[in-house]
Design a protein around this ligand. Structure first.
Ligand SMILES: [Zn+2]
Length: 220
């Protein structure tokens, strides 16, 4: 099926909504975008298709790419591949079979993922055992100021630098008020219960892991 023609036909109508949070965008450059939230996750052209996660390699992004293109996006060992090619934002599949903008080899991604998991585990251990300093102005500037980007995160993981203020960057949905209370108490050197520590540990570990993966552009 030629999906370009399909969306071209749709563009001639007034229909734009495709499914939840997903719309057809008629681009000025002749392309047809499939927009999920703020990102055109697929852009169809007559001779090529471009893919983008917008930094959100989520189950939903994956589902939209599979539903609104002929390509097959799969997740294997924590890495995305599209029609068998390692995924990267901007990867372009040409009708001729030519591919540009491939991502890092899957094996490399799997290694990075393992390092992230080890970093997150050690981070949670240090924080929960009260061995971590309070977030301060001496922390990595990027972590402190909430600048995004993958370079500083990559170097923290390589150098095993467990930046105290990194915990403040974690998505608040992943840390319950209960765990948040534990973190505050621990950092102030106050008493905590084993029970509270056990619950907080799991949430900190997962929160740091998810934050690092997102900043590094890896699937959740
Ligand atoms: Zn940093």
């Amino acid at each position: 099926m030629n999906t370009y023609k399909l969306f071209k036909a749709m563009a001639a109508t007034r229909k734009r909504k495709l499914t939840n949070n997903t719309y057809l965008v008629v681009r000025e450059d002749g392309g047809f975008g499939i927009k999920l939230h703020d990102t055109e996750v697929v852009i169809h052209y007559p001779n090529k298709v471009i893919f983008n996660s917008g930094g959100w390699k989520t189950v939903t992004t994956k589902a939209r790419i599979n539903e609104f293109s002929c390509a097959s996006l799969t997740q294997c060992k924590g890495a995305w591949t599209i029609d068998g090619h390692p995924f990267a934002d901007g990867i372009t599949l040409y009708e001729s079979g030519y591919v540009t903008g491939k991502g890092a080899p899957v094996k490399k991604t799997a290694t990075m993922r393992k390092k992230v998991n080890a970093f997150a585990k050690k981070y949670a251990e240090l924080l929960c055992s009260g061995q971590m300093d309070k977030p301060s102005g001496g922390d990595c500037w990027c972590c402190l100021m909430e600048f995004g980007g993958s370079d500083h995160i990559k170097s923290h993981i390589q150098e095993k630098y467990y930046v105290p203020s990194l915990i403040n960057r974690v998505n608040k949905d992943l840390i319950s008020p209960f765990a948040g209370d534990f973190i505050a108490r621990t950092m102030q050197g106050m008493e905590t219960s084993n029970w509270q520590r056990g619950i907080a540990y799991e949430q900190i570990k997962r929160g740091i892991q998810q934050h690092c993966l997102h900043e590094l552009g890896l699937p959740a």
